[in-house]
Design a protein around this ligand. Sequence first.
Ligand code: ADP
Length: 613
Amino acid sequence: MKISFKLKLFFSYICVILASFGSIAFFLDKNLEENSLHSIQSSLIIQANLIESQINRKQLRQEDIPHLESLVKALKLKTNCRITIINNKGRVLADSDKTQEEIPQMENHLSRPEVKAAFAGETGINTRYSATLKFNMLYVALPIRDNAEIPGVIRLSLPLEGVQKTLFAIRKIVIIGLAFALIFAFILGSILSGRTINQINRMIQVSRKFSRGDFSHKIIRISKDEVGELAFTLNKMAQDIEDKIKETKAQNQKLAVIFDSMIEGVIVIDKTLNIISINPAVEKIFNVSRKNVEGKAFLEAIRNNDIYEIISNVLFEGKSLSAEIALVLPVHKTFEINATPIFDTSASLGVDPKRLLLNEAEGSQRSDNNIVIGCLVVIHDITEIKKLETIRKDFVANVSHELKTPLTSIKGFVETLLEGAIDDKENNRNFLKIIRNHTERLDSLVKDLLSLSQLESKEIILKKTNLNLNHLVEDVISGFKSQIKKKNIEIKNELANDIFLAADKDKIEQVLTNLIDNAIKFNKENGIIRIYCEKTNNEIKIYIEDSGIGIPVKDISRIFERFYRVDKARSRELGGTGLGLSIAKHIVELHDGTIGAESVEDAGSKFWFTLPK
Ligand code: ADP
């Protein structure tokens, strides 16, 4: 049963009052009774002594009843006590309360304790209940001495009714006092405890709100006593908790933002290989949704055996592991997997503590005295890096190969000349021409490589000027006069005279040179080249269309790659390095444009690039 604090306070008040009143009443009652009895006894003894001195010894010995009777009756009137004279045989000689006829029927008094004591020479005192009078009676008996003998005893008795009445009156006063004290205590208790209890009740209400996470209310501190101090401490505690909750929330939000915005995929796994959490990057990689996989077994949610094995090993050994895995479905990609064990110190990761406890209870691996309670998997998409690595390797191999071919030829012809061919007047000049051709090839290759590395270094600064496109194209065409004439190609510059562009003249000139050069190189005899443009709202699309050999569909997507050539031998023969389109692509992209090609094999190609207006 729940007893309220108020009731307990009243109980304690009442207990204190009852205890104090009870003990006062008890001691007062006892003391008063003893004192009254004592004083009555003393006065009876004095009176008995006085009466004893008035008794004539001779009359007593002679048992002069009438005389003794008149004496006791007379003294009764004065003392208001019952007076009895008893002879040494225990027989009553005279009694103030009995008539002469009643005395012979009275019992022998020798056995009465007070009479016995008096005959023994002492003052006999006894209190007894009188069945006749229905009261407690006090008896005092004194020996009546005659020289050394005791011929009789004088006994005085008094009902204690008066004492009991006084005691009763006092008890009544005590009870009334107690009742008043209780009423007073009730009122005083109500007033005194009211404020405290109200404050405590308010504290209970507000604390309940605190426990529900509502910190908007504060406990009003009324008093400066311990209860007030408690209110103050509770308020402070609530404030501290609220601050801590806010701090934790902010931290969690920060972590959640980091977690969600990470490019790397992150999976948090518990000891039982169930997924605790994944981030959006993982959703994208494995084409799953967070709400469907969280809480599920890893293999059931993300069917990847390689990662599963890595996680299992990490959980078992308690050590970090890294591996490279290739994913075929849903996308063909390469990932680097970094799996790290989570030890029990990582509760701040936002892992449900109940869950951690559960896992701990199940018994987990230990490493460096730490319990492994899960695993953090970070998935890094390295497809691009891998691709770049392959490109770099291919590039080095290509460059070496491209350099090696002319160098081998040069070396061969130089050795032939040294071995005597220099004197062969018919061929020596031819050999030297071949050496020159290869040197030129090497020169253009190195030049192209240099411009490519310059363009790729991203340190390049474009010197943009206002260019007249038509004039620029005309200048480029004029540089190809001999080649055009040789193949009898018709070049149609269909560009209007008023097209202006903000671009780097040298760079755009290089783009046009590379494209027109290709259009001539891969054209047929008597072929046609058309140069025209299309304008859109914010860009100009420039076309270089030829009627040449065209490009097979399978190669179109690759011709902008470095050293990619549809027909290597033919390209080399024509003096190509395989870098022209790659350089053009870089320049156009540096100008925030795009480049592309359309072609029909044996019918011709259409190269285009866009530039912002
Ligand atoms: P190259 O130095 O060989 O011309 P490019 O990078 O300029 O190198 O061109 C790459 C390849 O694209 C060429 O080797 C050729 O096979 C093909 N190509 C480029 N332009 C044309 C074109 N106009 N017609 C047909 N094929 C072309």
